[in-house]
Design a protein around this ligand. Structure first.
Ligand SMILES: Cc1cc2nc3c(=O)[nH]c(=O)nc-3n(C[C@H](O)[C@H](O)[C@H](O)COP(=O)(O)OP(=O)(O)OC[C@H]3O[C@@H](n4cnc5c(N)ncnc54)[C@H](O)[C@@H]3O)c2cc1C
Length: 472
């Protein structure tokens, strides 16, 4: 049982090194000393399991709306320990969930409303952080998706046409010419870029830790080092006893599989990152990147990068193997092959950097639902609430989750509760060995599609086909 394994690790003292979990956690000022664990059984109105952004935003908006509500957060390690303290810093307006599917089920207007809600959410993260004095280093510089090969440029053009077909104009998405793109970020082989202003960069751990402090100040206890061993209607069981509540919110994302009865709910996939040392001003003058845009390119096996406040380049990518049985472990973030590949990507894209040292390598699990569609919801009769399945795009979406769960829990019908992802139920993942075979084969296919396109300059149909087959 995961809870038991966790306790023996605690006794050995191996889980205390929280700073080593990411560049961002390493840079958080002050101590990362865990808050007190839950010592006894507890009864509250709302119990939230997981102190990542989902759990913390939910606690925040609930308590702001109703200061009398008794809310408690239960966290197995410390606030921001999970993906929220480790991510790629993109607070983007990308929603993980097909617009076509949304339109088919709920109509075209609902699909457009969902996207607009995501635009607003980026701003709301910045607004709330500022209002609460959280030093999240929020900077809205947009997202820049470079096209480095002819097929990538074609995809960027198609994506812009696609946005136009949904009624989004130049102010939301536009194609930058090669010259415009290079004047923003001078990366090797740039043929142009897809650009949206609806994206900000943040310091992930400062956001998570700062938000936790705010939530605590609002009167919500955060019990750290408090693993929830089992969830049931109106009940979260911990080693210190049961927490009973009218509503129990599951906010455990990539770790959800470790909870009994949720083994096939979300597939944990590891995303890995490296960060360089701070780079000198002349290097940045040569590259540009003045607006700290979120950067990636149109390759299939995703990479994502950001210029940090202290002038490092932090870059991440998928490509770590999926582990049999959806196992989750921080041992899985040690993937020298992937880190070397990311270093190679940096060298190739930014030769201006010359020799550089990599000071941090890390990673963490993202949560993927079977239909690649994020969701939030509350089953009122059982009091079970959830949010997640963000497929690696949760930095902003978690904020929308928090506001939506507030409205659902308080019983308010609002624009947010009418959004099409509310109450969506994703199917379960297949049992093994199917899951293992399909996911690892799909990742291999993406990587080989990228090298095919680089080699031949022709679009790969294989990647599109594989994406269709796995429902991505
Ligand atoms: C390397 C990496 C890069 C990423 N880059 C981006 C990006 O650039 N942009 C973007 O939008 N998204 C990105 N993501 C995804 C994003 O970080 C997540 O979608 C988001 O942080 C999810 O927040 P959460 O609160 O739902 O989950 P988490 O932050 O994972 O929090 C879940 C919490 O639940 C706790 N928990 C789990 N099980 C239990 C239990 N049984 N009992 C008690 N507590 C428990 C965990 O310890 C954890 O603290 C990235 C993720 C990773 C790993």
């Amino acid at each position: 049982m995961p809870g038991r394994a966790f306790h023996s690790l605690l006794e050995e003292g191996t889980l205390t090194d929280y700073r080593s979990r990411s560049l961002w956690l390493d840079g958080v000022p002050g101590e990362l000393t865990p808050r007190p664990a839950l010592g006894q059984a507890l009864d509250v109105d709302v119990a939230i399991v997981g102190a990542g952004y989902t759990g913390l935003w939910t606690a925040y908006y609930l308590k702001k709306a109703d200061p009398h509500l008794r809310v408690a957060v239960l966290e197995r390690e410390i606030a921001g320990f999970g993906a929220s303290g480790r991510n790629g810093a993109w607070c983007s307006s990308f929603f993980a969930g097909s617009r076509e599917t949304t339109a088919k089920r709920h109509g075209r207007e609902a699909a457009i409303a969902m996207q607009k809600a995501m635009f607003d959410t980026v701003d709301e993260v910045g607004r709330a952080a500022e209002e609460e004095g959280i030093d999240a280093r929020f900077h809205k510089g947009g997202a820049f998706v470079q096209a480095s090969t002819a097929p990538q440029l074609l995809r960027a053009q198609e994506e812009i046409e696609y946005e136009r077909s949904w009624g989004f104009g130049e102010e939301d998405y536009r194609l930058l010419s090669a010259e415009e793109a290079r004047s923003r970020i001078d990366a090797t082989g740039s043929l142009g870029a897809y650009f949206t202003p609806h994206c900000a960069s943040v310091d992930p751990a400062r956001l998570a830790r700062g938000l936790a402090d705010v939530v605590e100040r609002l009167g919500v206890p955060i019990y750290e080092r408090t693993p929830v061993l089992r969830l049931a209607a109106g009940r979260a069981e911990t080693p210190a006893g049961a927490v009973t509540a009218e509503v129990v919110v599951r906010a455990t994302e990539g770790y959800t599989v470790e909870l009994p009865d949720f083994e096939r709910a979300l597939l944990p996939l590891y995303s890995l990152m490296i960060a360089t040392e701070p780079l000198p001003a002349d290097v940045w003058d040569a590259i540009g990147w003045r607006e700290h845009e979120a950067f990636n390119d149109e390759r299939f096996l995703i990479i994502y990068a950001t210029r940090t406040e202290d002038d490092r380049l932090a870059i991440g990518g998928r490509g770590a193997p999926y582990h049999w049985g959806s196992r989750v472990s921080d041992d899985f973030v040690r993937q020298p092959r992937v880190f070397e590949a990311l270093k190679g990507v940096v060298r190739h894209l930014f030769p201006q950097m010359g020799d550089f040292a990599v000071t941090h390598t890390w990673g963490g699990p993202i949560g993927i639902p079977r239909d690649w569609y994020s969701s939030v919801g509350l089953d009122r009769p059982s009091g079970r609430a959830w949010a997640g399945g963000y497929v690696g795009d949760g930095v902003s979406t978690t904020n929308l989750s928090g506001r939506t769960l507030r409205d659902l829990i308080l019983g308010h019908d609002t624009e947010l509760t009418a959004l099409p992802w509310v109450g969506h139920r994703s199917p379960l993942w297949e049992p093994e060995p199917l899951r293992w075979l399909a996911v690892n084969a799909a990742m291999k296919a993406m990587a080989s599609a990228d090298s095919y396109e680089e080699r031949t300059g022709r679009p790969s149909r294989r990647a599109t086909l594989v994406k269709k087959l796995i429902g991505a």
